[in-house]
Design a protein around this ligand. Structure first.
Ligand SMILES: C[S@@+](CC[C@H](N)C(=O)[O-])C[C@H]1O[C@@H](n2cnc3c(N)ncnc32)[C@H](O)[C@@H]1O
Ligand SMILES: O=C(O)C(=O)C[C@]1(C(=O)O)C=C[C@H](O)C=C1
Length: 243
């Protein structure tokens, strides 16, 4: 059972960068559900699209799988011959995922791996690769190489699905979108202190791209079709198809 997110509720005397440590992992499902607009719908759409492209006998990879929410929701939609692989560099997240996914492990192969996606090798037999709110935490220097490596190892007619926070090219729209996003957080019960302390903690670690930069990244990696399937102010979902 996930607890309520209170990570930034009290004044932080020694600020530090946001990290997916044990404290965050313990409240993550509540945190992400209240911090990402339409999170449940994004999960559902991601799983629907993943199921459309997942090929029998292949593997579906979730990079930055956190507590295993997406993998759990994918399971009933997929042929039992499809292997699920969750990769994360936070052991605390993987512990939560192992607990959540335990009931389905009797029915399908589920592999949870502690690894850094900035340095992992090719992903064998991938028909679907998911990066739901993960690429934005990868240092920009590594993003092109990761997208290329995913593309190179992917089966034909496979897809990469990314969900990302975005920056707007226009500074006025950027400010307005962020203002509306903070209003959303207030409606979810977050205080001014929680909003501002989390913003500061994320500043150096969550580095959003503009929509055009993400599209260019995916096209340059080799994907033939790149299409947005979700947009809410500064959040987006993009599907990239390999032909
Ligand atoms: C915002 S969470 C992802 C949420 C999750 N995909 C979902 O749908 O609920 C980002 C995750 O990516 C992981 N992560 C960040 N950078 C990573 C890296 N370089 N290698 C592996 N995992 C990483 C974090 O530990 C965290 O669990
Ligand atoms: O709270 C924010 O500002 C977020 O950007 C939410 C966000 C994300 O977009 O990845 C950041 C950290 C985690 O709490 C989960 C989600």
């Amino acid at each position: 059972m996930t607890r309520t997110d209170q990570i930034f509720a009290d004044p932080i005397t020694r600020p530090h960068d946001f990290a997916f440590d044990g404290k965050v992992a313990g409240v993550f499902d509540d945190m992400v559900g209240r911090s990402v607009p339409y999170y449940d719908e994004i999960q559902r759409m991601t799983c629907e699209l993943a199921a459309d492209f997942a090929q029998p006998g292949s593997a579906v990879y979730d990079l930055g799988c956190s507590t295993g929410t997406t993998l759990l929701q994918l399971h009933p939609r997929l042929d039992p011959s499809i292997r699920l692989v969750g990769i994360d560099n936070s052991q605390a997240m993987l512990d939560q995922a192992a607990e959540k996914l335990a009931p389905i492990r009797a029915q399908r192969e589920v592999d949870l791996r502690l690894a850094d996606i900035e340095s992992t090798g090719p992903l064998p037999q991938a028909s679907v690769v998911l990066m739901v709110l993960t690429l934005q935490f990868v240092r920009p220097l590594h993003r092109d190489r990761i997208a290329r490596r995913i593309f190179d190892g992917m089966q034909k007619n496979g897809v990469l699905i990314i969900v990302e926070k975005l920056l707007s090219a226009d500074s006025t729209l950027n400010r307005l979108f962020i203002d509306h996003y903070y209003d959303y957080k207030r409606r979810q019960g977050y205080s001014e202190l929680e909003i501002s302390q989390k913003r500061e903690a994320l500043e150096n670690v969550l580095i959003p791209y503009r929509m055009e930069e993400n599209v260019a990244l995916l096209k340059d990696a080799g994907f033939a079709h790149v299409e947005d399937f979700f947009r809410w102010y500064n959040f987006s979902g993009i599907v990239a198809v390999k032909k």
